[in-house]
Design a protein around this ligand. Structure first.
Ligand SMILES: Cc1ncc(COP(=O)(O)O)c(C=O)c1O
Length: 392
């Protein structure tokens, strides 16, 4: 698909300069249509009529298979969730912790990784060790710092594949293989990676990988997935359960739990229209091709970094082009509070970006559907705003 065709299918691109896929990506029209068709079908036939129930079962299977294919896993390894944070919680609250067990994480994590870890520390006495990573770290630096933090009590590393604030991308396969050699497993906060980079759970030696459909996958809010390697499913206890977690139960107390199915973590009713939308979003990305997606944001971000570097008073805080860089480009505009600059970009030029807190800055998410004109609009607006400074 050429870029004009891609943009013609994503309505947001006609109306605004959208540089916030890292928060929530704009959906292709086909995604919105798939959701609408499923809602209309449910409502026309009746939500529990035979044809609707049959279609619901099929769509759940198709969604599991679609996520599995998209990340290089088997359908029996995919739990359907509502977002990344749910998947992180399923794993953290499903492992059998002993006081004194340790988690290794880092200072660049999102609250969705840190807060559940701190919560675990309060509930189970798990120690949380925080490694200090920086955007300028090389792949070797990252590996070394993480390995140095591992002790014989370390059971789990909790790491983002791509850090939300600076866009730092980890050498995930090497990190996971190193952790396994040291006797630890790895839970990946994959909020920013599916749909941004090609993924293969087997090649990466993944244990647990939790992601959303609503960011770089360009699907709807409210759908996500959790990958758990097949062999690890039995030892992960669901903290919340429904009938899906019972192989057998009766009204007199008999209960045999499911052990090795990813469906044991799923509760009851979920939105089938939203799943239909997520399936369509994955189809769209697969048609474009994940290698092409990655090559395009790489080229666009290289151009953007150069243009930003040429603006006096703007300092880029993301990694330089290379294996640790991603489609997230963050910068500090001198004289401006990041939040105020984000507001000014919207008011002046309908540019959608976001402010991040740690380290502080303005983050532009550059995705394959963006074009050079989007970047020129951002650079032009920034030049003018940094020169004029914030309003009195
Ligand atoms: C690294 C990271 N983790 C977790 C989240 C939360 O994602 P979700 O809304 O899918 O739970 C985000 C959202 O911005 C994120 O960037």
């Amino acid at each position: 698909m050429d870029i004009a065709t891609i943009r013609s299918q994503i309505p947001t691109t006609k109306n605004v300069v959208y540089l916030n896929t890292g928060w929530s990506g704009p959906s292709p029209q086909a995604v919105v249509d798939a959701i609408g068709r499923m809602l209309a079908f449910e409502n026309a036939e009746g939500p529990t009529s035979r044809p609707v129930l049959d279609r619901h079962r099929e769509v759940k299977g198709e969604a599991r298979a679609a996520f599995a294919h998209f990340v290089g896993a088997r359908a029996e390894e995919i739990t359907l969730t509502d977002n990344t944070t749910r998947g992180i919680n399923i794993v953290l609250n499903g492992l059998r912790w002993q006081p004194g067990d340790e988690i290794v994480t880092d200072n660049l994590e999102h609250g969705s990784g840190l807060v559940p870890s701190y919560h675990l520390r309060r509930r189970h006495g798990v120690a949380v060790r925080i490694v200090k990573l920086a955007a300028a770290d090389s792949e070797a630096d990252i590996l070394q710092k993480l390995e140095d933090a591992i002790t014989p009590r370390t059971r789990l590393l909790l790491l983002s594949h791509i850090m939300y604030s600076t866009g730092l991308r980890l050498p995930l396969g090497e990190v996971q293989r190193m952790a396994h050699r040291r006797g630890a497993r790895v839970l990946v906060d994959a909020a920013q990676s599916p749909g941004q980079v090609p993924l293969d759970m087997r090649a990466l030696d993944s244990d647990y990988y939790a992601g959303p459909a609503h960011k770089w996958v360009l699907g709807p809010d409210g759908v996500g997935f959790l990958y758990v390697r097949r062999e690890l499913l039995p030892e992960l206890d669901p903290a919340e359960v429904s009938g899906h977690a019972a192989l057998r139960y009766d009204q007199e107390g008999d209960f045999e739990p499911v052990t090795d199915s990813p469906e044991k973590f799923e509760l009851t009713t979920m939105s089938i229209p939203l799943l239909a939308g997520a399936i369509e979003a994955i189809r769209f990305l697969q048609e474009v091709g994940m290698e092409a997606v990655q090559a395009r944001w790489q080229a666009l971000t290289e151009r953007l970094r150069q243009d930003l570097a040429a603006i006096p008073g703007v300092a880029v805080t993301s990694p330089a082009a290379g294996p640790t860089a991603s489609g997230l480009v963050t910068f500090v505009p001198s004289g401006w509070e990041p939040r105020d600059l984000v507001d000014a970009l919207w008011r002046r030029d309908r540019i959608v970006a976001r402010a991040v807190n740690y380290p502080p800055g303005v983050r532009a998410s550059v995705d394959f559907f963006n074009n050079e004109e989007d970047l020129d609009r951002l650079v032009g607006a920034l030049r003018a705003l940094v020169q004029s400074g914030p309003p009195e």
